[in-house]
Design a protein around this ligand. Structure first.
Ligand SMILES: Nc1ncnc2c1ncn2[C@@H]1O[C@H](COP(=O)(O)OP(=O)(O)OP(=O)(O)O)[C@@H](O)[C@H]1O
Ligand SMILES: [Mg+2]
Length: 256
């Protein structure tokens, strides 16, 4: 299964959700790959730690090779990096990815990621793609290459208004490029159960027929700590409530 985690809004939990679902998947014995399409490289850093700075085999090489600029070709096996955890691999981002965007766009390389993902799906049981907070070449490539889309939602009134446009953009990608793409669900993140506004927003979304997933993710400082420790929650605080919510979310997704 190839899943993309996308929301063009920044800071809603894309990288946190990508890495934590992937780590749970791997801990269950599924061969799992995280593809980090965000030049900020937060997922790569989360899963590999500081050592990520020294890696000179990244998605940059893949996209550069799509443009056939580079003479030395690196295989996908060389680009995909191990993490400290069994069954969990990452295809790291690179801060210079954006410098390739114009050329990739003008030379119609938007389907290249899909071809590569389909090859990797023969090797990996689960692929999770993290995206930048923008509808650009990289996130559109991911929406074309994925089978399912997860949308993190931060219960903010502003995000609620942007959701219509976001779902419209995904619909357009489906119609024009990827009929296989399904919106698997909206993931309510950083839920504060005591606060009234988030609950009201969720009720409104459900009333409008939006596919809000029933497992909500609470807000916890453990998330920030787990980023700092470069340890996904399942390894950092396996018994924490937020970890339990992630496990329930993963199980709800794999049931479908
Ligand atoms: N459930 C949560 N509880 C507490 N903090 C959270 C939670 N989810 C995410 N965060 C924090 O919110 C911040 C943004 O999360 P994250 O980096 O996952 O978002 P993002 O959508 O990937 O951001 P960007 O758009 O910049 O890539 C991080 O500092 C993260 O630790
Ligand atoms: Mg991110």
């Amino acid at each position: 299964m190839i899943r993309v985690v996308f929301n063009q809004k920044g800071g809603v939990g894309k990288s946190s959700i990508t890495c934590n679902l992937a780590a749970i998947s791997a801990s269950k014995g599924l061969k799992t790959l995280v593809v980090d399409l965000d030049p900020q490289g937060n997922s790569s850093h989360y899963l590999i730690g500081k050592a990520v700075q020294d890696i000179d085999h990244t998605l940059f090489d893949f996209f550069e090779q799509c443009l056939a600029i580079s003479s030395q070709r690196k295989t996908m096996e060389q680009l995909i990096q191990p993490t400290p955890w069994d069954n969990l691999h990452v295809l790291p981002a690179h801060r210079d990815l954006e410098s390739l965007e114009g050329k990739l766009e003008s030379r119609y390389k938007i389907y290249k990621l899909k071809e590569m993902l389909q090859e990797q799906a023969k090797i990996y049981d689960q692929i999770f793609i993290d995206t930048p907070p923008a509808l650009n070449f990289f996130s559109r490539s991911a929406l074309i290459g994925a089978e399912r889309c997860l949308i993190p939602f931060d219960c903010d009134a502003f995000s609620r208004h942007a959701l219509g446009q976001l779902l419209g953009n995904i619909d357009e990608m489906r119609t024009d490029h990827n009929p296989d793409l399904t919106v698997e669900g909206i993931i309510v993140n950083q839920m504060q159960p005591q606060a009234k506004l988030p609950q009201q927003l969720v009720r409104e979304l459900l009333a409008e027929g939006h596919p809000v997933l029933s497992v909500h993710l609470m807000s916890s400082v453990k998330m920030r700590e787990s980023h700092q420790q470069n340890k996904p929650l399942i390894h950092y605080v396996p018994k924490h409530k937020l970890t339990g919510q992630f496990i329930a979310l993963f199980e709800a997704l794999s049931k479908e």
